[in-house]
Design a protein. Structure first.
Ligand code: DGL
Length: 281
C-alpha cells in the first residue's frame, strides 16, 4: 500500500461518489468556492453502492480515496451518503494515520445532521436514503447526538438510484416508486416536517418528490449545506486551505464509459464536460 509523506504543496480537492450523485454536491461547492481546483471521481462501473455490504463499500471507497491522493488531492470529500455512512470512519481512523496522516477525508452526514436541527419545527424528521445508509442508522445517531429531542425515522428507497443512473427519472414509471417510498416514510410518522434527501442522487428526482410529499413537508437537499460546511472547515483549518490548489478548474474521472458519463454529467451540471476513464484496485 502506498504511503503519502507530509507534503505542503497544494493539490486539487477530491470529490468522490459511487456515480453521478456527487455532481449535485460538486456543483454547489464550486458555486461557493470557485477559486479552487477539483477532481471529481465517479465509480460508475461499480455503482450503486447502496445495496452493498459494509466491507465492500469500505474497500471500494478506500481505493477511490487512495487514487485521489495519488492524483495529488490533500483533501477528499465523500460526496456520497452511503460511503460516508459505511466507510468514512474506518478511513479516518484506520487508513489515514497509516498512509497519509496529514491528508483529510470528510463526509456529508455530519453537516446535514447539524443543519436539520435549525430547520425542523415539529422536531420530527424523515430520512430518505439508500438501503445501506438507512441500515447504518448513521443519520439517527448523528442527529440524536446533536439534538436528542428530535424524532428520526428512515425509509430505504432502493429503486431511486437506478432510476437516476439509468436516466429513467423523468418517465411516468418513476412516479410509482417515488410515491411508494414517500408514503411508507409518512406512514411511520405523520408529524414529519422535514424529509432529508440523504442520497446525492435524489436532487434529480426533486420535482417528483415535491409532487408526492404532503404539503408542509420540506425536502432537505444537501448541496448547499455541504458547500457551506466545507467553506467553514477551510476557514477553521488554514493549514489545509493553503494546500488547496487555486485555479478554478475541475477534471472528471469515471470508472465506466467516459462518453456515457459526459452525457449524464451535462444533465446534472447543465454544461459539457470532458471525462477520462480510470480503474480502481
Ligand atoms: N449517491 C450515493 C449516496 O449519496 C449512493 C448511490 C449508490 O447507491 O451508489 O448515498
Amino acid at each position: 500500500m502506498p504511503t503519502y509523506i507530509a507534503d505542503h504543496r497544494p493539490g486539487p480537492i477530491g470529490i468522490f461518489d459511487s456515480g453521478y450523485g456527487g455532481l449535485t454536491i460538486l456543483e454547489k461547492i464550486r458555486h461557493l468556492l470557485p477559486q479552487y481546483d477539483y477532481i471529481y471521481l465517479g465509480d460508475n462501473a461499480r455503482a450503486p453502492y447502496g445495496t452493498r455490504s459494509f466491507e465492500v463499500v469500505y474497500e471500494f471507497t478506500r481505493q477511490a480515496v487512495l487514487k485521489l491522493f495519488s492524483m495529488g488531492c490533500r483533501l477528499v470529500i465523500l460526496a456520497c451518503n452511503t460511503a460516508s455512512a459505511k466507510a468514512l470512519r474506518s478511513i479516518q481512523q484506520l487508513d489515514l494515520p497509516l498512509v497519509a496522516p496529514d491528508r483529510r477525508v470528510l463526509g456529508i452526514i455530519r453537516p446535514t445532521a447539524e443543519a436539520v436541527g435549525n430547520i425542523t419545527r415539529t422536531s420530527h424528521v424523515g430520512v430518505l436514503a439508500t438501503v445501506g445508509t438507512i441500515q447504518s442508522c448513521s443519520y439517527t445517531l448523528e442527529i440524536k447526538k446533536l439534538f436528542p429531542h428530535i424524532q428520526v425515522v428512515g425509509e430505504a428507497c432502493p429503486m431511486w438510484v437506478p432510476l437516476v443512473e439509468n436516466r429513467e427519472y423523468d418517465n411516468p414509471g418513476a412516479d410509482y416508486f417515488i410515491e411508494k417510498y414517500i408514503k411508507a416514510l409518512m406512514a411511520q410518522d405523520a408529524r414529519i416536517d422535514t424529509a432529508i434527501l440523504a442520497c446525492t442522487h435524489y436532487p434529480l428526482l426533486l420535482d417528483k418528490i415535491r409532487r408526492y410529499l404532503p404539503a408542509g413537508v420540506t425536502p432537505l437537499i444537501q448541496g448547499d449545506i455541504v458547500a457551506e460546511s466545507l467553506k467553514d472547515y477551510l476557514a477553521r483549518h488554514p493549514e489545509m486551505e493553503q494546500r488547496c490548489q487555486r485555479g478554478g478548474e475541475c477534471t472528471f474521472y469515471t470508472t465506466e464509459s467516459p462518453e456515457k458519463f459526459a452525457v449524464l454529467a451535462s444533465i446534472f451540471l447543465q454544461k459539457k464536460v470532458t471525462v477520462t476513464r480510470l480503474t480502481l484496485d
